[in-house]
Design a protein around this ligand. Sequence first.
Ligand SMILES: [Zn+2]
Length: 291
Amino acid sequence: MRILFLFSLALAIVPLLAGEVTHVVQKNETLGGIARKYGVSTAALQSFNGISDANLLFAGKKLKIPSATASQIDYVIKTGDSLGGIASRFGVKTSDLIEINGIKQPNLIKVGQKITIPLGTAKKPPATPLLPASVLKALKTIKNSSRWKRIVIHHSATPVDDALNMHKVHKNQRGMKNGLAYHFVISNGSRKASDGEIHIGGRWKGQLDGGHMKQLSLNKTSIGICLIGNFELGPPTSKQLKSLEALCKHLMKNCRIPYSSVTTHKLLHPNHTKCPGKCFSLPAFVKRIKP
Ligand SMILES: [Zn+2]
């Protein structure tokens, strides 16, 4: 434990007052276990509380838990230190250390040099976009049929459009009795709906076949989601992608569709269409919905 002792001596602690939490150590608890519980690194917890030997933790001791957003620690570089080593000990990203401390040459840190370590910037899970409450509420009133086997992503191929206009075109010009061929439309803000707005089509409300695929068998089993825009010319908006992610996750869960069955129009009909365009990357999108 000599190493840990020296290590903690090298630290000067700069707690900021906001959001500090106290934890009373219970019997059989370890510093590592407590650190995990609060999502901070063991090194940070130890230095924050001035503990020289982690093995001498006793039940009843009060520990201050560094708040992830409100704390930082000053650290003095010792012989043998590397930025990567310090970063992994404190559970932060090396790139964050470099950026926060304005370090120009990461390989040339000096013994005695003081750096600031931000706490809790690493390991934050990426925020999962949520469906708007109104959409979620509307979706919950619909009893899903068990026949949906896949989700097919389309683009409208028209830069300016919205679901209501598409519904009219599909009904009046294409003669589709049920109108809007897709189950869902996600707007790009180009017309009346706002960017990322999810329109629940009549075919989803009524759990009807889609009209978005050439084959009837595919229309019977495929949920069609259309993003407004021409993705041969440019990518979807980030709000559209967030809405698509939230919607797909909801549908995958409720209709028991695996992420591997989220696909595009052109993958099912490669010679028939380019939909949803070369600027929509399915592999990049699948990364977002993969559990
Ligand atoms: Zn399509």
